[in-house]
Design a protein around this ligand. Structure first.
Ligand SMILES: NC(=O)c1ccc[n+]([C@@H]2O[C@H](COP(=O)([O-])OP(=O)(O)OC[C@H]3O[C@@H](n4cnc5c(N)ncnc54)[C@H](O)[C@@H]3O)[C@@H](O)[C@H]2O)c1
Length: 306
């Protein structure tokens, strides 16, 4: 008889928590999702069902997921906890302190923080070697990458254990060797945004042109050819020639760009306001969301077929 897979607790049933719970349950784990908000717990089954419908997968994952109000009862006997509560340092610190009390000594305590340093989240607990960053990407049931964050060597065994678990559930974990702001993915993403905003602010082009240049230009190959692979492909000598010309000219603004600050001050916060870098009607905004969903589902399906 096949051995049952270990139970896992997910803290927070929001945008990230429910998608993480789905993937783990679809891989065969019992998943206990803890959230103090009754509305979040009540919505959980419906949101998991929506993912099953979107992906055309069996609803059996639902049978392995339970919602819990109480943290201690949710984590009894689990070997791994993945925290996906709101992005507030004090809240995460108090959750991790409670988790250390409520779990067995070897239990891995992982945080899906977007940007908080993992060592700050671990400040309130005695055994930091159990704590690790596990940065998923939205939506976590469709995007394969998880950045697993080390704090020196102390938590490497925990990082290796959670990486093995994530791989077995269908994610692609990578190791971030230093606990730095933004880990790897967000540093790269926001380095691109810094230059994009600076180009618009300088009147080189409008925001729509930036998006076209990325989507129809180098972005068209990015999911099959990473930037350093691409450099190796064209030759590092060419990359150097371009850098010799370009590096002195790229934006190096060391704070949030004044152009972005000014948009926010005007209330132009993006699709939710109808205006951000670009103007959006509700239909146009929904069309973007639909296009993204369809693309990510088709990518996930083609990966499954490989
Ligand atoms: N949204 C993203 O694109 C994204 C991507 C990567 C990482 N993250 C990170 O994941 C974490 C969760 O983000 P989200 O977008 O899912 O937020 P969310 O607001 O959608 O969900 C957070 C959930 O946590 C619950 N919660 C509040 N207090 C809690 C507590 N004390 N214990 C347990 N649950 C509690 C809330 O009721 C809510 O259901 C954040 O740290 C965020 O930075 C988000």
């Amino acid at each position: 008889m096949a051995m049952a897979l270990p139970a896992i607790a997910v803290i927070g049933a929001g945008l990230m928590g429910h998608g993480i719970a789905y993937r783990l349950a679809a891989a065969g784990h019992e998943v206990r999702v803890q959230d103090p908000d009754p509305a979040a717990r009540q919505a959980l089954a419906g949101k998991i069902g929506d993912i099953c419908d979107l992906l055309g997968t069996s609803r059996s994952a639902l049978e392995r997921i339970s919602g819990h109000a109480d943290l201690a009862s949710a984590v009894v006997g689990v070997e791994t906890v993945i925290e996906a509560a709101p992005e507030r340092l004090e809240l995460k610190q108090s959750i991790f302190a409670a988790l250390e009390q409520a779990t067995a000594p070897g239990t891995i305590l992982a945080s899906n923080t977007s940007a908080l340093p993992i060592h700050r989240i671990a400040e309130t607990i005695g055994d930091r070697s159990r704590v690790v960053g596990a940065h998923f990407w939205n939506p976590p049931h469709l995007v394969p990458l998880v950045e697993v964050v080390l704090m020196g060597e102390a938590n490497r065994p925990a990082a290796e254990r959670i990486s093995a678990l994530l791989s077995s559930a269908g994610w692609h974990p990578v190791t971030v060797n230093r606990d730095i702001p933004g880990f790897i993915g967000n540093r790269l993403q926001h380095a691109l945004k810094r230059e994009a905003i600076a180009l618009v602010a300088a009147g080189v082009c409008d925001a729509e042109t930036i998006d076209d240049v990325v989507k129809l230009g180098f972005g068209a190959r990015l999911s099959v050819l990473g930037p350093l692979e691409q450099s190796d492909l064209v030759g590092l000598d060419l990359t150097k020639s371009i850098h010799d010309t370009l590096m002195p000219d790229l934006d190096v603004t060391a704070v949030t760009h004044p152009y972005l600050e000014a948009l926010i001050a005007k209330g132009d916060t993006g699709m939710k306001a109808g205006q951000g870098f670009r103007r959006w009607t509700p239909d146009q905004a929904e069309a973007v969301r639909q296009r993204l969903r369809e693309f990510l589902v088709s990518q996930a399906q083609s990966r499954r077929q490989l």
